[in-house]
Design a protein around this ligand. Structure first.
Ligand code: SAJ
Length: 435
């Protein structure tokens, strides 16, 4: 391994994780190569254009350091000279809801072709316990090199990135780290401590490191399912769950607020539990609680449709033939990412039920049918708030009245229920204490 400032670090996979990582590694004086199979993405990056939605932090880092990175689609250029190779490729689900490790397997096969003694391979993609030892390692050892003998080093440092988060970025988010051998752990620890300001926690085994990410995101999913199921119960019981959660949050210990809505989207929370569910099932323990939580969260778009139907019924209308404006398609507020967005599920269901649809998301013009909120809601029978964008939280409810809106489904419980009712508009929320 060369000394730090001449060490070559290759980042495999230039997305929400790989690009920030490459920039931070470049900032610390390493020679950085950014490798991706997507020619268009490499072309854009080579011209100093970010192919992903940025935030102020990323914008600044990219402007400062993109010129220090060699972007390439050529695996030989990317891998032959590398001392450290970090893999940040997607690990999604396939169309049957099973973990899809094909991008990781493909990346491992490419790395294996150029693997040489002394290289440190770090997987940052979200994987289930056992992936490194049972899938990645055998592929790398096709090179004839052995991980046990420390011919090369294999580690796992699960990515923790929250795009758009103004407070936490890749440099200050604490990380956990595991490796196949002690020597590999030491080398990976030295690398991460040289590029990040945050605490890096070394773990005893690589499998435990692989368990952390899916564990922490499954924790979030089951907590969201908890409030989503109670939202349905509280609608029947006439209790506003938002008031209850706010009141429970006054307890300074032993409670962590989560909020009901029309569903759980993104590339982490609705995906990661299936990595644990699948692995645990294959190893002989069938998880039930997490699977049920997934079912509850995946049922929320239907609950939204049910509430829309009840709201339109109150004004003597049905979904079929009504003009419905859906505000928001992104999976969460203030991002442009629509991966696994429940808003898209609601839109598709409304379309199938015969609604005249209008769509407006300031972050996703490509899917918007109208260029402004005012245009999208004018003369509509029903407005659906599907994403908690800041712009939607700040809406003056009077514009709904002026636009002639009759029903509002507040899918993220962000509007003032009482004010909207005072304006004579039918308000439906998720768990706001009424059907
Ligand atoms: N959601 C709810 N209720 C909640 C929280 C979220 O319905 O109480 C929904 C959101 O609307 C969204 C989905 O769940 O559709 C996911 O929301 P998220 O806030 O978890 O956002 P993500 O998917 O960007 O999650 C990331 C994760 N970070 C990593 O995986 C490294 C997650 O672990 C973080 O907790 C989360 O950011 C965060 O806290 O911002």
């Amino acid at each position: 391994m060369n000394k730090t400032n001449s060490k070559v670090v290759t980042i495999v996979g230039l997305g929400y994780v790989g690009i920030p990582l490459a920039l931070v590694v470049a900032e610390k004086g390493y020679k950085v190569i950014g490798y991706d199979i997507d020619k268009k993405k490499i072309e854009l990056l080579s011209k100093g254009i970010l192919p992903i939605k940025s935030d102020p932090w990323l914008e600044e880092y990219f402007r400062k350091y993109w010129r220090k990175i060699v972007f390439t689609t050529n695996p030989e250029v990317a891998l032959k000279e590398a001392d450290i190779i970090v893999v940040a490729v997607p690990t999604p689900l396939d169309d049957k809801g099973h973990p899809d490790l094909r991008p990781l397997i493909s990346a491992s096969e490419t790395i294996s072709k150029w693997l040489r003694k002394g290289q440190l391979i770090i997987i940052e993609s979200t994987i289930y316990p056992g992936t490194c030892e049972e899938i990645v390692k055998p592929i790398l050892e096709r090179s004839g090199l052995s991980a046990e003998n420390n011919d090369f080093y294999l580690a796992h440092c699960p990515e923790r990135i929250d795009p758009g988060n103004p407070k936490y970025n890749i440099k200050n988010i604490p990380r956990v780290l595991g490796a196949l051998t002690k020597e590999g752990l030491e080398k990976a620890l030295e690398f991460y401590r040289s590029i990040l300001d945050a605490e890096i926690t070394p773990m005893d085994t690589i499998a435990e490191a692989e368990a952390v990410k899916v564990f922490e995101n499954s924790f979030r999913d089951v907590n969201i399912a908890f409030v989503n199921e109670l939202a349905k119960a509280f609608d029947v019981m006439g209790i506003d769950i938002v008031n209850v959660i706010k009141a429970a949050s006054t307890k300074p210990f032993g409670f962590l607020p989560h909020w009901p809505g029309i569903g759980v989207g993104g590339h982490c929370i609705p995906v990661d539990p299936y990595y644990l569910i699948e692995r645990s099932g294959k190893m002989g323990y069938k998880l039930t609680f997490m699977r049920l939580a997934r079912e509850i969260n995946e049922s929320m778009p239907d609950y939204a449709i049910y509430k829309i139907m009840l709201g339109l019924n109150e004004v003597g209308k049905s979904i079929k033939g009504s003009t419905i404006a859906v505000l928001g398609v992104a999976y969460k507020g203030n991002v442009d990412d629509t991966r696994n967005s429940p808003a898209l599920v609601v839109i598709e269901k409304l379309r199938k039920l015969g609604a005249n649809l209008r769509i407006y998301d300031p972050y996703v013009p490509s899917l918007s049918t109208h260029n402004s909120l005012e245009e999208a809601i004018k003369g509509t029978d029903c407005v659906v708030i599907a994403t908690d964008h800041k712009q939607f939280k700040e809406i003056d409810p009077r514009i709904f009245k002026d636009a002639g809106v009759k029903v509002i489904l507040d899918g993220r419980n962000i509007l003032d229920k009482e004010e909207i009712k005072r304006l004579g508009i039918v308000y439906k929320g998720i768990g706001r204490g009424e059907l």
